[in-house]
Design a protein around this ligand. Structure first.
Ligand SMILES: Nc1ncnc2c1ncn2[C@@H]1O[C@H](COP(=O)(O)OP(=O)(O)OP(=O)(O)O)[C@@H](O)[C@H]1O
Ligand SMILES: [Mg+2]
Length: 225
């Protein structure tokens, strides 16, 4: 049984400390379930801030964020992580293990995978993301594109039902970008819902069933296809 993830924002206002104006000026948005939603908009329009809000990483100054009916500010990041996987714009922030395979084994273990299943699951992810030859490497020594693939693998090994990907193509060459598109299509067919934040309009919107455009911290357009 697949249960749909629903993220519901009501009148969300957010201002970074020491800034003069709110970055998000009262956002009402409900993103749910399956399919790919693209979040686009110019630099500084608030995409990353909104993505972090939806993943419970930032808390609104006023208004509410509900994940499957629960107030995100009352959930731990671990609880949210079971529902929503989040790929940071900067992959370094999400790496901490001494080797690539340990990175995957660790998150798998934290998520409660049985010890005898872990090696198999790690092996599958290493294959799927073309990381097998790098399994003994120190994650920080990887190239930016390799790090991005590792972080995505580490998120997916936790089997989230909804994914938020912030600029997932920035560091990828043409071939890796095509592979990522394939991975995302597979996840889409498996019923994993996704929000893809991207400057790469073509990449983000090609498969999208909904495109949300932010401008100056407000929803400028919200189109369903
Ligand atoms: N930690 C922070 N402290 C203060 N201001 C911030 C912080 N992070 C972002 N901002 C500001 O908030 C605004 C929105 O930033 P945000 O990163 O959400 O935009 P974005 O749409 O993701 O931009 P980009 O396309 O460059 O990734 C910008 O004006 C930015 O300078
Ligand atoms: Mg951003």
């Amino acid at each position: 049984m697949t249960v749909m993830t629903v993220i519901d924002l009501r009148n969300v206002v957010y201002q970074y400390p020491d800034e003069k104006r709110p970055v998000l000026g009262g956002i009402d948005l409900c993103v749910s379930g399956t399919g790919l939603t693209a979040l686009v908009g110019p630099n500084g329009s608030g995409k990353t801030t909104l993505g972090k809000m939806m993943a419970g990483i930032l808390k609104p100054d006023s208004g509410s964020v509900r994940i499957n009916g629960r107030d995100a500010s009352e959930m731990s990041l671990g609880e949210i992580g079971q529902q929503v996987g989040y790929l940071f714009q900067e992959p370094d922030r999400q790496l901490f293990a001494p080797t690539v395979q340990e990175e995957l084994a660790f998150v798998s273990r934290v998520r409660g995978a049985a010890e005898e299943d872990i090696a198999g699951r790690v092996g599958n992810m290493l294959d799927r993301f073309h990381l097998s030859h790098l399994r003994e490497r120190f994650p920080f020594s990887l190239s930016r594109g390799e790090k991005q693939r590792l972080v995505l693998a580490a998120i997916l090994i936790q089997c989230p039902r909804f994914l938020i990907l912030d600029e997932p193509t920035t560091a990828l060459d043409v071939r890796r970008k095509a592979e990522l598109a394939e991975n995302l299509s597979d996840l889409d067919s498996e019923g994993v819902g996704m929000l893809v934040i991207s400057h790469d309009h073509e990449f983000a919107t090609r498969r999208a069933s909904r495109v949300i455009e932010l401008r100056g911290g407000a929803v400028h357009a919200d189109t369903r296809y």
